[in-house]
Design a binder for this molecule. Structure first.
Ligand code: AMP
Length: 131
């Protein structure tokens, strides 16, 4: 069965897209740890990020870097933090979250629950900065 992220990329489940290329897709996390939290996923459905071959992993990180630059320009923060877990969704992904202090990147605290309208506004700001 297709992963929830494959279903999002197929357009079966709505999301707030940020950027994409032939290999990768970026969209807002629905329950962000911080406003502007983005997920970067490979279009190829692969569970564990460290099963991705070296060249593709490098390209995934380069794509994430462009997304992170857009987030940094759009969202007030000190820097963009990067986390990889994959404990919930078995489709490799990088979490990119705007942070100002260590606790902004805490996944065990209560996550934010922005409305669809708030997510749309945030996604628009980040998309506007994506180059
Ligand atoms: P993990 O697999 O532990 O790295 O976390 C999976 C992440 O996917 C969590 O931060 C969820 O909030 C996020 N997530 C799950 N379903 C969706 C969805 N439909 N749209 C956007 N983000 C999602």
């Amino acid at each position: 069965m297709a992963s929830i992220f494959s279903r999002i990329m197929a357009g079966e489940i709505p999301c707030h897209p940020i950027a994409e290329n032939d290999e990768f897709f970026a969209f807002l996390d629905i329950n962000p740890v911080a406003t502007g939290h983005v997920l970067v996923v490979p279009k190829q459905e692969i569970d564990y990020i460290f099963d991705i071959d070296d060249d593709a992993l490098g390209r995934m990180m380069a794509f994430a870097k462009r997304v992170a630059r857009a987030q940094k320009a759009a969202i007030p923060c000190k820097r963009i933090g990067l986390t990889v877990m994959g404990l919930e969704v078995p489709h490799a992904h990088i979490h990119l979250a705007p942070i100002t202090q260590e606790s902004d990147l805490c996944f065990s605290k209560n996550k934010l629950t922005p409305s669809q309208e708030e997510l749309a506004v945030t996604a628009g700001k980040i998309r506007n900065e994506y180059k």
